[in-house]
Design a protein around this ligand. Sequence first.
Ligand code: GLA
Length: 861
Amino acid sequence: MMRNRGRPVAALVSSLALCWSFLAPPAAQAAPPPPPLAATPPMGFNNWNAFGCDVNETLIKETADAFVSTGLKDAGYRYVNIDDCWSLRERGPDGRLVPDPAKFPNGIKGVANYVHGKGLKLGIYGDAGTKTCAGYPGSLGHEELDARTWADWGVDYLKYDNCNNQSDGSQEDYIRRYTAMRQALDRTGRSIVYSICEWGTSRPWTWAKGIGHLWRTTGDISDNWASLRSIIRQNAPLAPYAGPGHWNDPDMMEIGNGGMTATEYRTHMSMWAMMAAPLIIGTDLRTASAETLAILGNRELIAIDQDRLGVQGAVVSDENGLMVLDKPLANGDRAIALYNSTDTLATVSVTTGETGLRDAGAYRLTDVWTGATTQVKSTISAAVPAHGTVVYRVRPLRDPTAVAPAVALGANLATLVPGPAGGDSTPTTAVPQPTDGGAPVAAVPDPTGGGTPTTTGPDPTAGGTLTTAVTNRGVGTLRDVAVTADVPEGWTATPVTPARRSRLATDATLETRWRIDVPASTPAGRYPIDLTASYRWGPRHRPATTSSQVIATVVTAPEDGRRHLSTISPVTSVNATGPLEPDQSNGGALENDGNLITIGGQVHTRGLGTTTGSELLYYLGGRCSRLVTDVGIDDEAPGGPATFTVYADDAVAAASGPVTSGEAPKPLTADLTGTAWLRLVAESETTGTHADWASPVLTCGDVPDDSPVLPESRTLFSFESGTEDFTIANPGDGGTVAQSPLFHTEGTNGLKVSTPVAGNWFGRPLATPLDLTGATMLKFDLKAGDAGTVGEIAVQVGEAFSWCQGGLWTWTNAHSSRTITERFDQISCPTGITLDRSDIRAVWVFLNTGGEVFIDNIRAE
Ligand code: GLA
């Protein structure tokens, strides 16, 4: 999405805002009090996720029409909300905000009338700072007038953002700025839902009840799985803070925008409903598919979200990426969600005693996605696909005999290596086979061994092992139980232990081990295996089946060449704190929350950030010869001492010995000739020390020692000879640049930039066009000063110096550092212009903060 942050100011169009006052008819009797606002989580639409700044009257009106025609209005969706970029860049002569007449020819009032005419409500966007995030006028210091203006226009909902906030960062300041608008809204006398959007920065759940009706709890969502998973992680534990009129807001939905699978979008809807989250649609409803509309319009989930008790589902358990939520409902039922955030099929279970369900001999489960009804005795359990969520509406059941029993069909599957099982007919290493959820089990060294080398080596030519588990959770014994595995063509699945059982009692499991063989020519990738359990149930021996799909991961060795190890995905990774972080330090519990890897003051832009207690496993298939790396404890969090060990299969190929904090990076070289599996292990007495593998390079195949390290990168500006003519795009907005040795990731110097609060572009037009043919992305390294900053890259192309800019910007916290990346395919140019990579005329980076920021090594990769 295009953000015009800091672009040259548009011509000022003055317009006289119409004054409109609401004259209430004299009341004969006291009117009944209006229903409380946001008594259940608000439901509606906002244009930002799908359209960014590209908002206008037609879109809003057509969306209102779509609410009606798609049935979403009937399903409960009410608010049609306008996000950033609706106004002119300057206030009017009377100080009021002015709707951009090109986007809203009938003003906001015109569009409000239209939306109201459909029985719907209208929302607007403002900012508790000097400018909005996209650089339009903010409301800080203008609260009274702006609230009055919006009320005059007939606005029913305000999303109030936090950019350019002039804040000292204290919670008091957040409370002050957001309360100022609360009071201004109150004084208008109009009922306006107040949505606080400060990204969870000041922990609004601790103070915003009674001020806002909802508050964002996280940074911006984006349309990908990592973002969704991370937001659920952050929002779920905040359940105690939500209730009628005061909701946690994990951000607007991405359902339908194309970046996730249907399974992931169903998880999105399921978890938003379980978390009593506002349901604000973020996709183009005029073109939404039937599948998207069915997800957004799921009545069962909407009923769970909108339940009048208004309780956010509590986290009952959260282990190994499997989470169970329990939400009480007004009619006495409970909604139970089984959420699997792992990358593999997993069985997620909870006993009824762990939930708020009252004691009963049996329970009835209604699956909100399939509508299927089953019964359980005392454990609610399902095999949930990777990234999937099963939601049941549950209530006690008196007579279970007429209801089908719930049967879970779980599976664990080894990582598979293509090749004949020939020469070795023994099954692969026997590994413990949990029947319930848990981490993927691979027929490779056990990655959960906490760094202890395993004694049985993997067999790279032996396919892998599948374990299936059929569990009867219902009241009553199952008969004639049989399980089958349907593998891709050319593969074979052979049961090694029995795949049938004549009787299966309540809570008993039929566990079967299978040997899977994969043809040698099979490319690396993910392949579905369909599992089916058939059985008979009840006094009349009725036949039934349960099926699951498990995804097989086939691994192959890396391609020839010298390559940054951080660009190769490990087969498995175990890390003590949060995920393994490629090309940054470990940071903390969240994904992508580290800094540039820094050891003894030396910065590395490539590497793997882990914490001790970590083990990374790579499949090499005997095709690689060497790993060269530096290791050390990251300066961001002194700790240790730690040890780093490289295992080639089960043998130690390189070991650091104890490494202490502040020490210079230690070089290691490991000979990997003939190695099938490479394991990197970092350990310390107590886990959690920030341990870095800095600039690791893996050599595979027969390549010269001096061949370039892939992916190749080309430095455009490294500031070794000065500022390299860097200038400021909008001189009127301010900022300075100077060469500085204080931060550098290339050579010995970088650039110190002082930025205006609302930001500016820093860079330069080029005398000769740059040819970046073949490059796929632009990058630069950044270190933020006291206040943090936003980083983004734009280019100008062609003779007309057309401005092309990406939608992606990265917020960097105070005093942290990172590489800012912008892929060429995410950069968009003005209509009619193509981004010709061979004709780059200028390169600009965007920075803001009102303080010092350091950058270096602007490069193409
Ligand atoms: C911030 C908000 C987003 C969106 C944009 C608009 O990033 O968090 O939801 O409103 O600003 O510029």
